[in-house]
Design a protein around this ligand. Structure first.
Ligand SMILES: [Cu+2]
Length: 190
């Protein structure tokens, strides 16, 4: 997919580099150089493939007013054939003042979230678009009250290539800058 294009360009560049150096170096030196470059490329590739989400790490912002009953849910092994899976996290405004939950964003388009509060459901909220505006949640959670954050994961969103372990984040951002990160994991089989 898209990620392949820069890699292909990278290897084309290495090939060109080797071709140029080839004319000026002895064969033994060339092999040493090739091994070093392949090792570096491998490290780079490994590092990139370990980046499983697109959201920035939570900052050292203000303390969150919300307390989550749990911050990680593991769906275990799920099958594409069975379709979407969902879970509900409970988050509580643990302060004695009302708070404003401004945004709910997810780290990938396969994951959506809904706010369940006072008998209503608001959403879906998903991954922020490419430079586009983030849909505001703007939900006031009263002092001491709890809301459900329903998270839906679509194992078919990435097509047949989407098998294997997945790790996704759901970030709840407050008007005062506080942030709560929820996380889902699963192992996807066809
Ligand atoms: Cu995804």
């Amino acid at each position: 997919m898209l990620k392949l294009a820069p890699a292909r360009g990278f290897f084309a560049f290495i090939y060109y580099l080797l071709y140029v150096i080839h004319k000026k170096m002895k064969q033994k030196d060339l092999i040493t150089l090739a091994v070093v470059i392949i090792a570096l490329a491998g490290l780079l590739w490994w590092g990139r493939s370990n980046q499983t989400n697109g959201l920035p790490e939570p900052g050292t912002g203000k303390k969150s007013a919300l307390i989550a009953s749990e911050t990680l849910y593991n769906f275990g092994t799920i099958s594409m054939a069975d379709g979407n899976v969902s879970t509900v996290f409970t988050v509580t405004n643990a302060t004695d003042t009302d708070m404003l939950l401004s945004t709910v964003v997810t780290s990938c388009m396969c994951t959506t979230a809904y706010i369940e509060y006072a008998g209503k459901e608001k959403g879906p909220f998903g991954m922020p678009g490419h430079g586009g505006p983030v849909a505001k949640a703007n939900e006031v959670i009263k002092a001491g009250e709890s809301v459900g954050i329903k998270v839906v994961y679509d194992p078919n969103a990435h097509g047949p290539a989407g098998v294997g372990p997945v790790d996704r984040y759901i970030d709840l951002t407050e008007a005062n800058g506080g942030m709560t990160r929820l996380e889902i994991k699963a192992r996807v089989t066809p």
